[in-house]
Design a protein around this ligand. Structure first.
Ligand SMILES: [Ca+2]
Ligand SMILES: [Ca+2]
Length: 94
């Protein structure tokens, strides 16, 4: 059960680039942000991110939390999503 959830969560990040390229990046990143933002306060906490991907560590999170607010703004999340897409493309090329 738990394993299935983790795989689904990874697919959630990895599946995004192909869709984003067809329909426009910003729009889909925004969709994803809204989906992760469980309490809809406009920022993502570590707990909210771990709800969709429990492999995310505090170190991962703070790396993208540019202003150390312990939450990710849309801009900070967009940077993270861009890096995720980059690493997905890199591993697909192997
Ligand atoms: Ca939130
Ligand atoms: Ca922040």
């Amino acid at each position: 059960m738990k394993t299935t959830f983790v795989l689904a969560a990874s697919a959630f990040f990895l599946a995004a680039p192909a869709i984003a390229q067809e329909h426009g990046d910003a729009e889909h990143k925004e969709d994803k942000f809204v989906m992760i933002d469980a309490d809809a306060d406009g920022s993502l906490t570590l707990a909210e991110v771990q709800e969709v991907d429990e492999t995310v560590t505090e170190a991962d999170f703070s790396k993208y939390d540019a202003d150390d607010s312990e939450s990710l703004s849309k801009m900070e999340f967009a940077n993270w999503a861009a890096d995720m897409e980059g690493s997905a493309e890199a591993s697909a090329g192997e």
